[in-house]
Design a protein around this ligand. Structure first.
Ligand code: CP
Ligand code: NVA
Length: 339
């Protein structure tokens, strides 16, 4: 009989390499850091994990691993899908609420990162300043995932691209219209269009355009358009996407924003300008009667619940890629042309 120390050693050897031993730590902070091949690989892995789950197959790729989830803003989808996803992968997730650790107030991001790296294998953060997310990733020895900042929401976009692949197959021939605020979701759509090479039209009120860097990136895209006319953006589009007019942290501006965005509602009249088979997307939570009507979000063109479901599968793929990169590599040659 092996002694306890020997048994523990055997168990350790049976586990795949831990994050600290990865040759090169990767993070998932923005889609722009991915190659087209990596994006295609993540989408293929997400589709496989989804199919396996639906046919009752287990895939405990992250057995014994722990994810720390730092939330400085509220969440339904991000919290539930990371926690459920980690459980389905055989791991464990710890929820840290805004009042729990006070990152940058009770303790610096650097100290939080260095402490967490001694205990957990992976960190997810939802915060305000993107710089906090970058600092956390720089100081952490384990991979960090951006679960939304004021700048970007890459997890949402990965789920959205998975939803588009399910609906349309290849992405590069699509015409996507984003109608709303030039904030985190719009920026992430610009990053996605740059990799997947679809046409992106962005309609927002004057004064709500994305920052200069993202405006320049949009201008350089094939078919990239920035307009103040929602009809021009939606004309012949395959996809019409919207998001809240008042994002988390902007609540005090809500009344002014409701006035400024009035002409940017996604409703039946606006949808008449899109292709008849166009789909409607929203990252949720929705403010029904503001950026989108009940009739449209509950109508036959809406795929919002597919998007929400796909958060689970897309983020499982991200976590597996960060902690078990060999699983993505074993999927076969990268296929950037698939996008
Ligand atoms: N779309 C999204 O991130 O939802 P939550 O804010 O509920 O996580
Ligand atoms: N733009 C929204 C997205 C919510 C998922 C916000 O930042 O609140």
């Amino acid at each position: 009989m092996p002694d306890v120390a020997q048994a523990t050693q055997n168990q350790r050897e049976a586990l795949p390499a831990r994050a600290g031993t990865l040759a090169r730590k990767r993070d998932f902070l923005d889609l722009g850091a991915l190659s087209a091949g990596e994006l295609d690989g993540l989408l293929r892995l997400a589709a496989r994990l989804k199919a396996e789950l639906k046919s009752g197959l287990e895939h405990p790729y992250l057995r014994g691993r722990t994810l720390a989830m730092i939330f400085q803003k509220p969440s339904l989808r991000t919290r539930i899908t990371f926690e459920t996803g980690m459980a389905q992968l055989g791991g464990h997730a710890i929820y840290l609420a805004p009042q729990d650790i006070g990152i940058g107030e009770r303790e610096s991001a650097k100290d939080v990162a260095r402490n967490l790296s001694r205990w957990v294998d992976l960190i997810m953060i939802r915060t305000f300043a993107h710089a906090t997310c970058i600092e956390l990733a720089r100081e952490a020895a384990v991979p960090v995932i951006n679960g939304l900042t004021d700048l970007l929401h890459p997890c949402q976009l990965l789920a959205d691209l998975l939803t588009l692949r399910e609906r349309f197959g290849a992405l590069h021939d699509l015409k996507v219209a984003f109608v709303g605020d030039g904030f985190n979701l719009a920026n992430s759509w610009i990053e996605a269009a740059a990799i997947a090479r679809f046409e992106l039209r962005l309609a927002c009120p004057a004064g709500y355009e994305p920052g200069k860097e993202f405006r320049n990136r949009l201008r350089d895209l094939r078919g990239g358009l920035l307009t103040h006319d929602p009809i021009a953006a939606v004309r012949d589009a395959d996809v019409v996407y919207t998001d809240t007019w008042t994002s988390m942290g902007q609540e005090r501006e809500a009344a002014r924003r409701r006035r400024d965005f009035k002409e940017f509602q996604v409703n039946r009249v606006l949808m008449k300008h899109a292709r008849p088979e166009a789909i409607v997307m929203h990252c949720l939570p929705a403010h029904r009667g503001e950026e989108i009507t009940d009739e449209v979000i509950d109508g036959p063109q809406s795929v919002v619940l597919d998007q929400a479901e796909n958060r689970l599968h897309a983020q499982k793929a991200v976590m597996v890629w960060l902690l078990r990169p060999e699983i993505l590599a074993h999927q076969g040659p990268v296929a950037s042309d698939n996008l």
